[in-house]
Design a protein around this ligand. Structure first.
Ligand SMILES: [Zn+2]
Length: 428
């Protein structure tokens, strides 16, 4: 990974204390933790691998002269004091991944913020107010079908009742998983940070789409973050012998589920240009070649950057499930797993990013985020901004996820300038 990152690096991007080689080495070193046989990343939230990644970043934070602290949710902070004891600017992302994910989603945001601190150390810049590099725990949520756990605890929105009901694939409860990571469900809510200690959160993240690539731009300013809604649908039919049950005497759960999936794919385009819906997970029971499926559980992910159209899409998808149940005689039940509000990004913050980007000679480009991020959770309580870095072919949550080092370093420069401008603007 290191060689590939460095192979086409434009060394003229090393200026103002920012060091592309240092960023590349750290991205590569993190990528070795939990590396899969397909060269992907496997670092579930609260796992030994996520822990190992956090400890490595903590070491780098200390080397960069930051004061390292971990809260009761496992969120990590590396703090640089400012000239004044004012509310801090925070920047970072996560180091957990989906199973067999990529090496940029999360780590790039953490290491970009760390690179800003490194740059300041090299140039002797002292910010007006404190700055903290952040790692939020368990952003992806692959373990418990949830996610954004660390940032949710940080803002004090963690629903302990719900967390207590969660179990991972290995049968471990959320409580047990926390204990294995040296944390406790009894104290996790203490991670709530007083919101007047924080002035602003800013997250650099790979785009996970193709808009920047299509526009031939390294970085883009995020205008808002789509809120996802996740639903579990259960189709209950009747299992039976595939040979002995006539076609007109069946309650085929998978047949009904298939009709439903077709509708899920067709509906978003009828509602909004930015709405999307996906069935990405399906369990068939008993799942035998010669058995009519008796039960299907499937999961639908529904998103839009506007709450109104997102919720309209949710309603129409549920209505389709009811209609298909009536037609097929297969019972359908559903439960809402998560429903997160979309978060628009303040126009003054977008404007500061515009100035920062133009300052580096890059054309400003605005785009929405279809994916949920820690900035979405934090942004409900504290002003939050986001910058996207171009993703090769838009691929993400996959070992082939890639962003060039040039683009990553452009992101660091924009982040550094944005934070420096915000330090002054917020102070004034
Ligand atoms: Zn991410």
């Amino acid at each position: 990974m290191l060689q590939r990152l460095l192979s086409d690096y434009d060394h003229s991007l090393n200026h103002s204390g920012v060091d592309g080689e240092r960023l590349a080495k750290r991205l590569a070193e993190l990528s070795d933790i939990g590396r899969t046989s397909e060269d992907g990343s496997y670092r579930l939230g609260f796992s030994a691998e996520e822990r190992q990644a956090k400890e490595l970043v903590k070491k780098w934070m200390a080397e960069a002269g930051l004061k390292v602290k971990e809260d009761e949710a496992g969120n990590v902070f590396g703090r640089k004091e400012g000239k004044n004891n004012l509310p801090a600017i925070l920047s970072g992302s996560h180091v957990d991944s989906v199973p067999n994910g990529g090496h940029f989603d999360g780590p790039l945001g953490v290491l970009s913020a760390l690179e800003v601190a490194e740059a300041w150390k090299d140039t002797g810049y002292v910010p007006e107010r404190p700055f903290e590099v952040v790692i939020f725990t368990d952003e992806e949520g692959s373990r418990f079908n949830g996610g954004l756990t660390g940032s949710t605890a940080f803002v004090g929105d963690l629903d302990l009742e719900r967390q207590r009901t969660l179990t991972d694939k290995e049968g471990l409860s959320f409580e047990q998983v926390l204990e294995k990571d040296g944390l406790s469900i009894e104290t996790i809510t203490n991670a709530k940070r007083n919101s007047d200690e924080v002035a602003l959160f800013v997250e650099v993240h790979i785009e996970q789409g193709k808009r920047l690539e299509k526009n031939d731009l390294p970085i883009g300013i995020v205008t808002g973050i789509a809120g996802p809604a996740w639903f579990e649908f259960t189709f209950d039919g009747e299992a039976g012998h595939a040979g002995n049950t006539p076609m007109n005497d069946r309650k085929d759960a998978l047949g009904a589920a298939s009709a439903f999936i077709g509708k899920v794919q067709a509906l978003p385009g009828t509602i909004s240009n930015s709405a999307v819906a996906t069935v990405g997970k399906l369990n068939v029971h008993p799942n035998g070649v010669n058995v009519i499926p008796g039960q299907v559980k499937l999961y639908v992910d529904i998103r839009d950057i506007f709450e109104g159209t997102r919720d309209q899409l949710v309603n129409e998808i549920v209505q389709e499930a009811e209609a298909i149940s009536k037609q097929s005689g297969v019972d359908v039940t559903w439960k809402e797993m998560i429903r997160k509000e979309p978060v628009p990004i303040q126009s003054d913050l977008q404007d500061t990013f515009r100035k920062a980007v133009e300052n580096d000679g890059v054309k400003p480009f605005y785009l929405p985020s279809g994916a949920g991020h820690d900035a979405m959770i934090v942004g409900r309580h504290i002003p939050a901004a986001m910058l996207f870095v171009r993703s090769k072919d838009g691929i993400s949550h996959n070992p082939s996820e890639w962003s060039s080092l040039n683009d990553c370093v452009q992101g660091v420069h924009a982040l550094r300038t944005f934070i420096e401008m915000s330090m002054d603007e917020l102070s004034g």
